[in-house]
Design a protein around this ligand. Structure first.
Ligand SMILES: Cc1cc2nc3c(=O)[nH]c(=O)nc-3n(C[C@H](O)[C@H](O)[C@H](O)COP(=O)(O)OP(=O)(O)OC[C@H]3O[C@@H](n4cnc5c(N)ncnc54)[C@H](O)[C@@H]3O)c2cc1C
Length: 473
């Protein structure tokens, strides 16, 4: 092994293109040691679906690099061993923004400094550093629209960096990725994921090209239709840092230069990237975002624990087709359309009165894009207890939401094949279908599709009552 004094520590920046920290490391030294640590003892281990993605993303990165040193354990210990065994003098990494990761990085830095190692940390993964965008009184924005307007007006991003071409790597003994057992087996519930996803930088580039060529036009309206593949599907690639938001931003702007008709859809799309930024801004201010309601009054909310309702929701067996279709899409794809995420989250927190944290935890375990900032923000937004949240009393009616966003029931039929034969008029409320129609469609409620587990009108009243009780207390 060649002697190497610089380690590049990959974390949620599993890419070579537009990776400022990696480029910085290569400017310091031609020969670097590329490292990924599967961290144990973290406050929140990766969910099962995230592990699936991580396995494939690391495999892809290793392929692209030629080699990658893999280690599993406590980063302070692993890096100390590396320094002692290889004489490393510099550590370079891209900043991460989750509270536990930041705490770990501070510990690593403090410890390595005592060993004479210099640590270089570079911003990465966001368009703005959290906390940088302030209102005219110098305070953080509480509302998204003015926040994004302020960010957008001063967005002047440098061109993305090319893939470094001078990669020479040093490699100490590495773990075998397979030995980490990140993939499910017996049963392999992720079998269908391969048809939908290609983790890694090449997969991210293909998604982006596909979106620019076929999804961007009309995105502003198509993004609300769950049966339409009208959104980018870039969320897991962004989460794992397989593509930078700056790279996406430039690609979208270039597409608009060639075709100015795309501009208004492009602005809507960029504002969605803005929500991601806003979520990280909130996480920086409220490190307990995933655990605690930002509106403190919600600490008094009369939530109810009901394990059979929670299980029906998780399994897609609530009897409300749009909710069940979303939860089944999640099982099959490890992903769910944004509109349906809002509907299922509203159903859990308002119809079932189950604490939003239970939903956040389920999504953490099952989404390929599970992200501490965006997930907690999404849940708090729907539950009505977050920053710039939807008011609690706005309770989605799952039948009307289905009729509005899936009028012909394409989405429901795709994910709940047992309802395939139902006419459009009943696809979002099978319990209203006359027995003859149910029979002709091959449906026996309670046998091959559930009766609704709760009644919408009763739940709506109960939720409003609970909200009143909270406000009165
Ligand atoms: C209850 C709930 C939980 C959610 N959990 C997550 C999560 O764990 N991880 C996650 O990335 N997103 C989460 N979202 C936001 C959103 O649903 C997904 O980002 C989006 O569906 C991803 O699909 P896409 O890449 O096709 O999005 P596109 O419509 O193509 O949007 C482009 C990108 O913008 C970002 N984005 C879009 N909408 C939002 C949003 N509302 N908040 C933050 N960023 C957004 C994503 O990075 C996305 O890839 C959640 C939303 C809700 C309501």
């Amino acid at each position: 092994m060649n002697k190497c004094s610089t380690v590049y520590w990959f974390r949620q920046d599993l890419r070579l293109v537009d990776n400022a920290a990696l480029t910085h490391a290569l400017e310091m030294e031609d020969l670097i040691l590329p490292l990924y640590i599967y961290e144990t003892g973290t406050s929140r281990p990766w969910g099962a679906t995230s592990k699936w993605w991580l396995h494939h993303s690391l495999k892809s990165l290793k392929n692209d690099l030629g080699s990658l040193c893999l280690k599993r354990g406590n980063p302070v210990q692993i890096l100390t061993d590396l320094v002692e065994n290889t004489g490393v003098k510099h550590m370079v990494w891209a900043k991460r923004y989750d509270p536990f990761g930041q705490q770990t990085d501070a510990q690593v830095k403090a410890h390595l400094t005592t060993l004479g190692v210099t640590c270089h940390e570079m911003p990465s993964g966001l368009l703005h550093e959290p906390g940088e965008t302030l209102n005219q009184s110098g305070k953080p924005f509480q509302v998204f629209t003015p926040y994004w307007r302020a960010c957008r007006s001063r967005l002047n991003l440098k061109a993305p960096l090319a893939r470094p071409d001078n990669l020479t790597l040093s490699l100490p003994p590495s773990d075998r990725l397979e030995d980490w057992k990140l993939l499910p087996s017996k049963p392999d519930w992720a079998e269908s994921f391969h048809h939908m996803w290609k983790p890694g930088e090449i997969g991210a580039q293909e998604r982006l090209n596909q979106f620019i060529n076929h999804g961007l036009k009309g995105y502003g309206t198509r993004r609300n239709i769950p049966s339409d593949s009208g959104t980018s599907g870039l969320s897991p690639h962004l989460h794992w840092g397989e593509m930078s938001p700056r790279y996406i931003f430039h690609a979208i702007q270039n597409a608009c230069l060639h075709n100015p008709d795309l501009s208004s859809d492009a602005e809507v799309f960029l504002s969605e990237l803005g929500w991601r930024e806003f979520s990280y801004d909130c996480l920086a201010r409220f490190p307990e975002l995933k655990d605690k309601s930002l509106r403190l009054a919600f600490e008094q909310f009369p939530w109810q624990e009901n394990s059979s309702h929670l299980e029906a929701w998780q399994c897609g067996k609530t009897g409300y087709p749009i909710v069940d279709a979303g939860m089944r899409q999640l099982w099959k794809m490890g992903w769910m359309h944004n509109r349906v995420r809002m509907i299922v989250a509203s159903f859990l927190t308002k119809h079932l009165l189950i604490p939003w944290q239970k939903g956040e935890q389920w999504f953490w375990d099952t989404l390929v894009d599970a992200d501490e900032a965006s997930n907690a923000m999404g849940w708090q937004w729907v539950a009505g207890c977050g920053v710039d949240a939807a008011p609690y009393f706005r309770i989605f009616n799952p039948v009307l939401q289905g009729e509005k966003f899936d009028p012909q029931g394409h989405y429901v039929r795709q994910w709940i094949p047992e309802l395939k034969g139902l006419p459009d008029a009943y696809i979002h409320q099978p319990w209203k279908a006359p027995p003859m129609i149910l029979g002709a469609s091959g449906i026996t409620l309670g046998k091959n599709y559930p009766h609704p587990i709760v009644d919408h009108a009763t739940c709506r009243d109960r939720a409003l009552q609970a909200y009143k009780q909270m406000n009165d207390s």
